[in-house]
Design a protein around this ligand. Structure first.
Ligand SMILES: [Zn+2]
Length: 463
C-alpha cells in the first residue's frame, strides 16, 4: 500500500484515489520568464518519479501541468526585451521542455497555457462573485479571505486576525502579510490585458491553476504537487477559490518537495551559486548524474546539491552500468534457479516497501545496491547461470523504468563498429589482449556484442 505525506493533514496517509486504479494529478508548471534553475528541476524530477512510480504500481495516471505564461514577471521581462508576451514566453517554454527532456522528465499528458484559459478563469471568478466571496476595487476583483472560515488550513496558519478589507496585488507575499488576494487585475497602462465580462484586465496567478486543474481533472482530484515555497500563498489561495466556488473539497493529497541548497547555502544569484541545468551541463556534468542526485534524497528533506554529490551520483550510475554489462554478457533467455528468483523477489520487495513509504528513494536505491553486491558475491563464489543473469538484468531494467538513470545505447553507426572491430583485430595481432578486451567491453557497453567465428568477427545489437 502506497503511503504519501499529505500537507493538508500534516500526516502520512494511505493513498486511495477517488476512482479505483486512476490517479488525477496536477502540478504547478514553470513560470516561463527565464530558464528554470536546478531547484525548480528538483520538483519537476520528483513529479516525474512519482508519476513513473504510480504507473509502476499499475495506476493509470492523468497528469496535467500548466505553463504560467502571464504574470508580473513574464510581462515585465517581455517588455524589457521589447518582445510580445507570446514570443517571450514561447522561447522559455521551449527551453523548459528541452531541459526537461535532457533530464528525462516525461512531458505531462496535458499542458495547458494560462493565456489559453482566460474564459475559464473569468467564469470561476464570476462563480465566486455570485456566491459573495469577492469585492471589486478600482477595476480589480479580490477574494475576501475573512469569508472562508477554513482559510489557512493548508499552510497551518491562523489568519483570523488579518485586517479585513486590506488587499494585496502582488502574486507572492509572506504569511505575515496575508490579505485579500487579487483574482483579477485591472488593466494597467503598458500591460497585456483581455477584454472580458468582468472588465478589461488579466488574471492573478492563483486563479490560473484553479481554473486549469479543475477543467481537466474535475472539481475534486487526487494529487496536487508543487515546491514547498508554493504552499503559501499560492496553494492556500487555490484551495480557498476552488472550494468556495464549488462547495467541494478541491484536492485530496497535497505533496510538497523541499528546497534545494547548493554547497550548504541558499541558492542565489548574488552568491554566485545559482545554476540552471545549462550551467551544469557546460561544467561537464552528465544529465543522468544530475537526475540521480536530485532523486536520491528523500523529497521531504532539504537536498544539498554539491559537486561532490554529482561525482558520487556519477559513480553510482557507473556501478549500475558495470553491473548491467556484467550480467548482460552471461544472460540467457532461460529460467533462473528457484533460489536466485527468491533473491530477486526479496530485493523487489525491499524496493517497493521503501518507495511505498512516501517515496523513500534513498532506501529504495540502497535495496538495489544491496542486490548488486549480493550478485557479485554469489558470482565470485560460483558463476551464476544464464537464467540468473537474465533475471538480474530484468530486475535492474525494471527499477530503471522508475528512476530512468541508465544511459541507453548511444546509437553507434555501422562504420564506427567496423572501425572498432578493426582496431581490436590489430590489437590482437600485436598480442595486446588487454586493449582488445577493452574494445570488446566498450562495444558491449554500447549494446554491441561481438562473436569470433572461423569466418571472422560477427556482431549484433543486443539492446
Ligand atoms: Zn499553480
Amino acid at each position: 500500500m502506497l503511503r504519501l505525506h499529505n500537507t493538508l493533514s500534516g500526516k502520512e496517509e494511505e493513498f486511495h484515489p477517488l476512482e479505483d486504479g486512476v490517479v488525477r494529478f496536477y502540478t504547478c508548471g514553470p513560470t516561463v520568464y527565464d530558464y528554470a534553475h536546478i531547484g525548480n528541476f528538483r520538483t519537476f524530477a520528483f513529479q516525474d518519479l512519482l508519476r513513473k512510480y504510480l504507473r509502476y504500481r499499475s495506476y493509470r495516471v492523468l497528469h496535467v501541468m500548466n505553463i504560467t505564461d502571464v504574470d508580473d514577471k513574464t510581462i515585465h521581462n517581455a517588455r524589457a526585451q521589447g518582445m510580445t508576451l507570446k514570443d517571450y514566453t514561447s522561447k522559455y517554454t521551449e527551453a523548459f521542455l528541452e531541459d526537461s527532456k535532457t533530464l528525462r522528465i516525461d512531458p505531462p499528458d496535458i499542458m495547458p497555457l494560462a493565456t489559453d484559459h482566460i474564459p475559464e478563469m473569468v467564469a470561476l471568478i464570476r462563480r465566486l462573485e455570485e456566491k459573495g466571496f469577492t469585492y471589486r476595487k478600482d477595476g480589480s476583483v479580490y477574494f475576501s479571505i475573512g469569508r472562508f472560515a477554513e482559510y489557512g488550513k493548508l499552510s497551518k496558519a491562523d489568519f483570523s486576525g488579518a485586517q479585513t478589507g486590506a488587499s494585496v496585488d502582488a502574486d507572492k507575499y509572506d504569511k505575515e502579510n496575508a490579505r485579500d488576494f487579487v483574482l483579477w487585475k485591472a488593466k494597467k497602462e503598458g500591460e497585456d490585458f483581455w477584454e472580458t465580462e468582468i472588465g478589461p484586465g488579466r488574471p492573478g496567478w492563483h486563479i490560473e491553476c484553479s481554473a486549469m486543474s479543475m477543467k481537466y481533472l474535475g472539481e475534486t482530484f487526487d494529487i496536487h504537487c508543487g515546491g514547498v515555497d508554493l504552499v503559501f500563498p499560492h496553494h492556500e489561495n487555490e484551495v480557498a477559490q476552488s472550494e468556495c466556488a464549488t462547495g467541494k473539497p478541491f484536492v485530496r493529497y497535497w505533496i510538497h518537495p523541499e528546497f534545494l541548497i547548493v554547497e550548504g547555502e541558499k541558492m542565489s544569484k548574488s552568491l554566485g551559486n545559482f545554476f540552471t541545468l545549462r550551467d551544469l551541463l557546460a561544467k561537464g556534468h552528465s544529465p543522468e548524474s544530475i537526475r540521480y542526485l536530485l532523486l536520491s534524497v528523500h523529497y521531504r528533506k532539504q537536498l544539498n546539491f554539491t559537486t561532490d554529490g554529482l561525482h558520487q551520483a556519477q559513480a553510482s550510475i557507473q556501478r549500475l552500468e558495470d553491473f548491467v554489462l556484467h550480467v548482460k554478457e552471461r544472460a540467457k533467455d532461460e529460467a533462473p534457479s528457484a533460489e536466485f528468483e527468491a533473491e530477486v523477489k526479496a530485493a523487489r520487495g525491499r524496493f517497493v516497501e521503501a518507495m511505498d513509504s512516501d517515496l523513500n528513494t534513498s532506501a529504495a536505491l540502497a535495496a538495489v545496491f544491496d542486490f548488486v553486491r549480493f550478485v557479485y558475491q554469489r558470482d565470485s563464489q560460483k558463476p551464476i547461470s544464464g537464467g540468473d543473469a537474465h533475471a538480474a538484468l530484468e530486475f535492474i531494467r525494471e527499477i530503471d523504468g522508475v528512476f530512468n538513470i541508465l544511459r541507453q545505447d548511444q546509437g553507434l553507426l555501422d562504420e564506427d563498429i567496423a572501425q572498432q572491430i578493426e582496431a581490436r583485430q590489430a590489437a590482437r595481432k600485436r598480442r595486446d589482449f588487454a586493449e582488445a578486451d577493452r574494445i570488446r567491453q566498450w562495444l558491449l557497453s554500447k549494446g554491441i556484442q561481438l562473436e569470433d567465428t572461423r569466418d571472422g568477427v560477427r556482431w549484433k545489437r543486443i539492446l
